[in-house]
Design a protein around this ligand. Structure first.
Ligand code: PMP
Length: 411
């Protein structure tokens, strides 16, 4: 059989990292690679009893549901978004998706045509680049620093390319961990409003904020919020230029595959229309479990988030102290204020893909930076995850990595 797959799928190269990681199967590996939450912190008991409650009543629990998602959970999320993100929207402005990854894909399907231009940070979230490549759009990187996209370059790129959409991860980005300043958020918003360019604000990590454990006050509808969502700065839910996406993957558990999109209702209607043909609806059982969890008397999501923040921050500080060691003096990085990653610049000329090949043989994996770039990839960058591994694994893994780097530098 001569299979005739569509060119975009055929050409999409298998991820080099996945290929390398395949080599490691069966070996015990310290992984600083994936953006995985720590399993030891999953609220197993609370999820189990939430699932019990979801399944102990009406058999409707196992029935098909509506495409937009389970209404009680959407209502609950509207309340939570108002309280914690200063996003005030109604039910018609929110839909549940199979992870926020699906929200990105649905929006791309309903909004982008081949040859449209999308602006991105460089580097940016790899799986969004994949979505955009499948849509055959031109992906144009905008110069960014640790405070966000540089407004002058953004203006130039808008003039030069007339983009239709901008994709950003403004709070604790993947891969860099950076967080945008309010000024840069406003500059993006104003530029996009002026030119009617849609902003996709992807916010899976916003709740994983370090530095102060008074999470509630910090996130509440509060003009002092240092990292307000771009959606809340716009605050025209009926005519918004922003589509906001987030997820329970990092705060509860990725296996429940529940994310959401918040947007103008015309956008939600189109994404819903598309979702009908993609998967009819996301798992109703997962959504009901989450609803029961959020309403549980013996579980508080805020408390849980506060606990994981504390734990992740302490692992981040451990990794930071190791990065400050003599072994790592040839590298540079900034301390993340939240999220899951350190983004490390290696000495000039050191190729992180080559380094990975060496380090996996010694039992440590990480993600080389080059795949995260839309263009002009820097090969001497690495992304290190500090949330998934134990303290002992982080310490051992970082020593092995430093040793592997040392071998390259000595060459
Ligand atoms: N956006 C970003 C920036 C991410 O890092 C991830 C997960 N790694 C997602 C979206 C998708 O997450 P999920 O589909 O699990 O909600």
């Amino acid at each position: 059989m001569q299979y005739r797959f569509v060119p975009n799928v055929q050409q999409g190269k298998a991820s080099a990292v996945r290929e390398i990681l395949k080599l490691t199967q069966g070996k015990s590996m310290i992984s600083l690679a994936g953006g995985l939450p720590n399993e030891a912190l999953f609220p197993m008991e609370a999820v189990r009893s939430a699932a019990d409650r979801a399944l102990s009543g009406d058999p409707q629990a196992l029935q098909y549901g509506i495409t937009e998602g389970y209404v009680p959970l959407r209502e609950k999320l509207c309340e939570r978004m108002a309280e914690r993100k200063n996003i005030h929207v109604g039910l018609e402005n929110i839909m549940l998706t199979t992870g926020s990854q699906q929200a990105i894909d649905l929006l791309a399907r309903v909004y982008l045509e081949p040859n449209d231009v999308v602006l991105v940070e460089n580097p940016t979230y790899l799986a969004c680049l994949h979505v955009l490549r499948f849509r055959d759009v031109h992906i144009v990187p905008v110069q960014s620093d640790e405070h966000g996209m540089i407004p002058e370059d953004l203006e130039n790129k808008i003039k030069q390319y007339a983009p239709k959409m901008v994709y950003v991860v403004p709070t604790f980005s993947n891969p860099t961990g950076n967080v945008w300043s309010v000024e840069r958020r406003l500059a993006l918003l104003n530029a996009c409003r002026a030119h009617e360019i849609l902003i996709l604000e992807d916010d899976p990590y916003g709740e994983l904020r370090f530095g102060d454990q008074d999470g509630q006050a910090q996130d509440a509808a509060n003009p002092q919020d240092p990292f307000p969502t771009i959606f809340s700065l716009d605050q025209h839910p009926d005519d918004s230029v922003v589509v906001y996406t987030s997820t329970f993957s990092k705060t509860v558990a990725p296996a429940l595959r529940t994310g959401w999109a918040i947007a103008d209702k015309r956008v939600i209607q189109m994404m819903t229309r598309m979702k009908q043909s993609v998967d009819i609806h996301s798992s109703m059982l997962d959504q009901q479990i989450l609803y029961e969890l959020l309403n549980a008397t013996d579980f508080s999501l805020d408390q849980h988030i506060s606990e994981i923040r504390t734990e992740y921050e302490s692992r981040m500080l451990l990794m930071k102290s190791l990065l400050e060691g003599d072994d790592w003096r040839e590298t540079s990085w900034t301390t993340p204020k939240g999220g899951m990653f350190f983004w490390v610049e290696l000495p000039d000329g050191l190729d992180a893909d080559a380094l990975l090949r060496v380090s996996v043989m010694k039992g440590v994996a990480f993600v080389p930076g080059s795949d995260f770039y839309a263009a002009e990839a820097k090969r001497n960058r690495m992304r290190l995850n500090f949330t998934h591994s134990s303290r002992e694994q982080i310490t051992k893994g970082m020593h092995i990595l430093a040793e592997s780097i040392g071998e390259f530098v000595a060459r």
